[in-house]
Design a protein around this ligand. Structure first.
Ligand code: ZN
Length: 313
């Protein structure tokens, strides 16, 4: 019902605003207009584009990136963009619908994780209704939170840079220069991360939702999550008891919560085992408070590393 409404409304609303001459109009605009699905992609695009691009994220501050759905009005705004950069790997619940709704528009969809590893193809029959949990299970152990690995983030940024160069080839040298600087920052972030892991006593942490599979793969850490990969999944009483037993027998003294996802069960487990509560950011969105304080991808990742330093020692 909702999809049908979108399909009917969007072409109608756009017909009136002269989008047919957008091909010539597009390049007269000085700024390339980019929408990203989530915050980290916005950060990478802003670093690469500098003052030559205007970038906005679709998932708003403080939201859970898995289940967020843009409204029709928001999708109509996206239709004005040159690029829509998304994470892919089955992360965004709304992306297929957005593609369908915007297929008559000029906006180019860029799957920024496509170059990183062979993606699960994510194909489904069109009529199939599925929730995020099912969707993620289709992707097996592939964790879609690729931006949390600084080295994979370099590959993601390179995809974004290439798409921007294709859009505005005359700015190639500027985009390349900015990308090189970003790459240096991401490499240095990786080195800090590796150092903390090398010096840590333990490697296991308990966290609300399992966004950190990429840290397991890259740094040999082990996340034990309360809700699994989809934040909306509630664990059974038995699973909760197993987590409590696990924490006790492994002398876990910290519990990691996430500010964009409330998890009463995780807090309850923390109280039960008398653990100190710390916060990790999965960066699916920044909170309004983080934005107000001028935090960005790099500063939040450094805070995450410091949080791990506490939680693993
Ligand atoms: Zn997540």
């Amino acid at each position: 019902m909702r999809i049908l409404t979108l399909l009917l409304i969007i072409p109608f609303l756009l017909a009136g605003c002269g989008s047919s001459d957008s091909e010539s109009a597009k390049h007269d605009d000085s700024d390339m207009m980019i929408y990203t699905s989530i915050y980290p992609l916005q950060y990478f695009a802003e670093r690469i584009g500098g003052d030559k691009v205007s970038v906005q994220s679709i998932v708003p501050p403080g939201s859970d990136g898995h289940t967020f759905e843009p409204t029709t009005k928001e999708l109509i705004e996206v239709a004005e963009a040159d690029l829509l950069i998304y994470n892919g790997a089955g992360f965004e619940g709304f992306i297929e619908k957005a593609k369908e709704s915007l297929k008559e528009q000029e906006v180019k969809f860029i799957n920024s994780s496509a170059g990183i590893e062979p993606a699960g193809d994510g194909e489904k029959s069109e009529n199939e209704e599925h929730d995020q949990k099912e969707h993620h299970e289709d992707h097996g152990t592939e964790d879609p939170h690729v931006w949390l690995d600084p080295l994979l983030a370099i590959g993601v940024s390179e995809m974004i840079k290439d798409a921007m160069v294709e859009e505005q080839p005359e700015l190639e040298s500027e985009f390349e220069k900015n990308f090189d600087q970003l790459k240096k920052d991401l490499l240095s972030l990786h080195e800090s991360f590796q150092k903390v892991v090398d010096e840590a006593e333990g490697n296991t942490f308990i966290v609300a939702h399992s966004a950190y599979g990429r840290w397991e793969k890259r740094y040999g850490l082990e996340q034990v999550s309360v809700s699994g990969i989809s934040p909306s999944h509630e664990p059974s009483q038995k699973e909760v008891q197993e987590l409590i037993d696990f924490a006790r027998s492994n002398h876990i003294s910290h519990i990691l919560l996430e500010r964009n996802i409330s998890s009463n069960i995780t807090e309850m487990i923390g109280e039960e085992i008398n653990a100190e509560i710390l916060y990790l950011s999965n960066l699916e969105s920044l909170t309004q408070q983080q934005l107000d304080q001028g935090e960005d991808y790099l500063s939040v990742m450094h805070t995450n590393i410091e949080t791990l330093r506490k939680a693993l020692n």
